[in-house]
Design a protein around this ligand. Structure first.
Ligand SMILES: C[S@@+](CC[C@H](N)C(=O)[O-])C[C@H]1O[C@@H](n2cnc3c(N)ncnc32)[C@H](O)[C@@H]1O
Length: 293
């Protein structure tokens, strides 16, 4: 079967609404790509998106009158004269394969690789985390996840407990376990994240060393030598009393999900209790790390 595709440039705030509307008017599949043409796998219901510009790509049956689709998008205010869009005829393809072809093994730091489960690992002697992008955030394609993975790779985790606050797919907790941590604890507000983390941990053979909690069920007085939290700057500041209490004496803290422009305000919130390292930036994002004083 042949298809026709419309690709339009949008913003993180509008992408979801446009996607809903495209499905309403007959699109059989809507996907998002970021500015690097990397598929965005991680949307969570109601979550603020962490990326900047988003391209919305909608697939329609080849018989669809695409000029009518453009008219409807304009009528609804989803397309104006400043919005770039492109319509393309697409030959029959294995869509799933095409999507899978876009997700490649990625290296973080010296030892760590994140590999889609359907690909061969590039280095069997490396620390390989096998991951299938699911509904929960965290494949390593986002700069904030990458910054946290690189930080974990650089730590000596042997025998340590690691808390992954806002675990999403569980990628950071699982990477920590594979990098030598004794145990990891994943916490998230989203039940989907708990499920995804459990599945991914099982796939990586570390489920017996990963405890998972919904935020509301998190035990009191939990502490770890290493705490990593890749959520947004706002919640990181609000959660300062909670997150800082999770870190054991002289323990390490890694924070991301922070725009570079927000680094100063997050540092201000944490510097009373932590000796902070230099902020590391990647694209418009950054990572803040430090040690409990
Ligand atoms: C940006 S994702 C990070 C996922 C993964 N740790 C990574 O680095 O790719 C943020 C995650 O934090 C969770 N989250 C957001 N606010 C939270 C909160 N207040 N408490 C716990 N989890 C939260 C979201 O549900 C989401 O799964």
């Amino acid at each position: 079967m042949a298809w026709v595709q419309i690709r339009l440039n949008s913003t993180n705030e509008k992408a979801e609404t446009i996607s809903d509307y495209l499905e309403e008017i007959g699109s059989v599949s809507v996907t998002f790509m970021d500015s690097q043409d990397t598929p965005i796998f991680e949307p969570l219901p109601g979550e603020t998106r962490l990326w900047g510009n988003t391209d919305v790509i909608a697939l329609f049956d080849a018989e669809t009158d695409m000029q009518q689709i453009v008219r409807l998008l304009r009528q609804e205010g989803h397309l104006d004269e400043n919005t770039a869009y492109k319509i393309e005829q697409i030959e029959d393809k294995d869509w799933e394969r095409e999507w899978m072809d876009n997700f490649h093994p990625m290296q973080f730091g010296k030892r760590l690789w994140i590999c889609p489960s359907w690909r061969e690992v590039p280095d069997p002697n490396a620390v390989n985390v096998m991951l299938d992008p699911g509904l929960a955030f965290g494949t390593g394609t986002h700069p904030t996840t990458a910054l946290c993975l690189e930080w974990l790779d650089g730590l000596d985790l042997a025998g340590k407990t690691v808390i992954d606050f806002g675990c999403g797919s569980g990628i950071l907790a699982i990477a920590a376990l594979k990098l030598g941590a004794k145990e990891a604890i994943g916490i998230d507000i989203d039940p989907q994240a708990i499920l995804a983390s459990r599945n991914n941990a099982e796939q990586n053979g570390v489920a017996d060393r990963l405890k998972l909690y919904l935020s509301e069920d998190k035990p009191a007085n939990m502490k770890a030598e290493v705490v990593v939290a890749n959520i947004l700057a706002g919640p990181l500041k609000e959660l300062y009393p909670v997150i800082s209490e999770l870190v054991k004496e002289k323990g390490n803290l890694g924070l991301s999900g922070i725009l570079a422009t927000q680094a100063e305000s997050v540092c201000e919130a944490y510097q009373a209790k932590f000796d902070l390292d230099a902020v590391v930036e990647r694209e418009e994002w950054c990572r803040i790390t430090g040690k409990l004083k």
